[in-house]
Design a protein around this ligand. Structure first.
Ligand code: UGA
Length: 325
């Protein structure tokens, strides 16, 4: 099997690529290596993928020859995008529309021309729900994003479904709920908390810390992609939540972390961030039904593994400027 993984140098994309390579598949990776966070971290992810079965294209999807890239590919795992909820306001919005909406449309056009594609898996996001109507939130609940980022992820998801229903592209969208674990992006909460705890820096909390997240462990998210790729029960345009089931507040996460590192944390509370939802919590019933997926990793063991990874890679991240996105 040959797969195209977009965003192959990123957190989730490199995890999916690693897994596919370990199972003996061919992987074509594409990534623009944008400046959103340190290129050194993305290069490091790519180094781990180096093998005869891995080909890499450093390119923006908007400029790539997608017909050639897709010519003999069986599967697409579309993970590329402009991430980050908090930085999607103002001028930055242009890169969110370009990388999350336009790039997705171009890839779907090429996918529609490639009749032999077995599955097109799209990385959607829990941010499409905004402040959800109820918990656990189901896929049928009204999407009402509260951040420009969420708006672009929802637009991308709608396009993915449209190419499924109109052109029979075998698409499925996975709504990821705050993915964490080894390799997590440096602008995200757990990476910042863990790195600050290890280097005795201040941990900055946006708001009261009472906000709740349904954090989902990276290996579980990779597994969801593999299952989605194989899911015969999925209909083109299907959408499923990939939610870890943690339902834990940011303050409670800090308690777990403090227990793991064995000392009190230096925490400062700042203003709440615009576009930050108060709570996410997804039902994973549909994921179980359509792709046979359930989360396996508890927040305690997942966070312990992320801490262990941060300790192991301290030489890499401590030499980089602190991420302030
Ligand atoms: C994350 C990802 O960044 C998005 O790309 C993804 O689409 C989204 O999850 C999703 O699930 O849809 P977020 O939930 O904001 O977004 O993830 P974190 O950066 O891990 O933040 C979790 C919580 O901690 C947020 O309330 C955030 O405001 C807070 N936080 C984050 C802090 O208090 N301090 C920090 O330094 C970082």
């Amino acid at each position: 099997m040959k797969a195209l993984v977009t965003g192959a140098a990123g957190f989730v994309g490199s995890g999916i690529s690693r897994r596919l390579l370990s199972e003996g598949h061919q992987v074509v990776g594409i990534d623009a290596l944008t400046a959103y966070y340190a290129e050194a971290l993305k290069r490091r992810n790519l180094q781990e993928l180096e093998s005869d079965s891995f080909t890499f294209h450093e390119s923006d999807i908007n400029e790539a020859d997608l017909d050639t890239l897709l010519a003999d590919v069986d599967m697409v795992y579309h993970q590329a995008g402009q991430p980050g909820v908090r930085s999607s306001w103002g001028q930055e919005f242009e890169s969110y529309t370009r990388n999350n909406v336009l790039a997705t449309q171009k890839l779907l056009e090429a996918a529609a021309r490639n009749g032999k594609l077995r599955k097109f898996v799209y990385a959607s996001s829990s941010s499409i729900y905004g402040d959800a109507e109820r918990f656990p939130t189901t896929e049928g609940d009204l999407p009402q994003p509260v951040s420009p980022y969420g708006v672009t992820k929802l637009a991308g998801e709608h396009l993915v479904s449209l190419y499924g229903s109109n052109f029979g592209v075998p698409t499925i969208s996975l709504r990821y709920f705050t993915v964490y674990g080894p390799g997590q992006r440096p602008d995200m909460a757990f990476t910042r908390f863990v790195q600050s705890a290890l280097s005795d820096r201040e941990i900055r909390i946006f708001g009261t810390g009472a906000q709740i997240r349904d954090f989902t462990y990276i290996d579980d998210v990779v597994e969801a992609n593999i299952l989605a790729g194989q899911a015969d029960a999925a209909r083109p345009g299907d959408v499923v939540n990939i939610s870890g089931g943690s339902n834990i507040s940011v303050n409670e996460v800090l308690d777990v972390l403090s227990g793991l590192v064995g000392h009190k944390l230096n925490v400062r509370y700042l203003e709440r961030s615009h576009g930050d939802v108060f709570r996410t919590g997804g039902s994973s019933d549909r994921a179980a039904e359509v792709i046979g997926w359930t989360s396996r990793t508890s927040i305690e063991s997942g966070l312990a593994r992320q801490l262990e990874w941060a300790q192991r890679t301290i030489d890499v991240w401590s030499s980089l400027p602190e991420n302030t996105v």
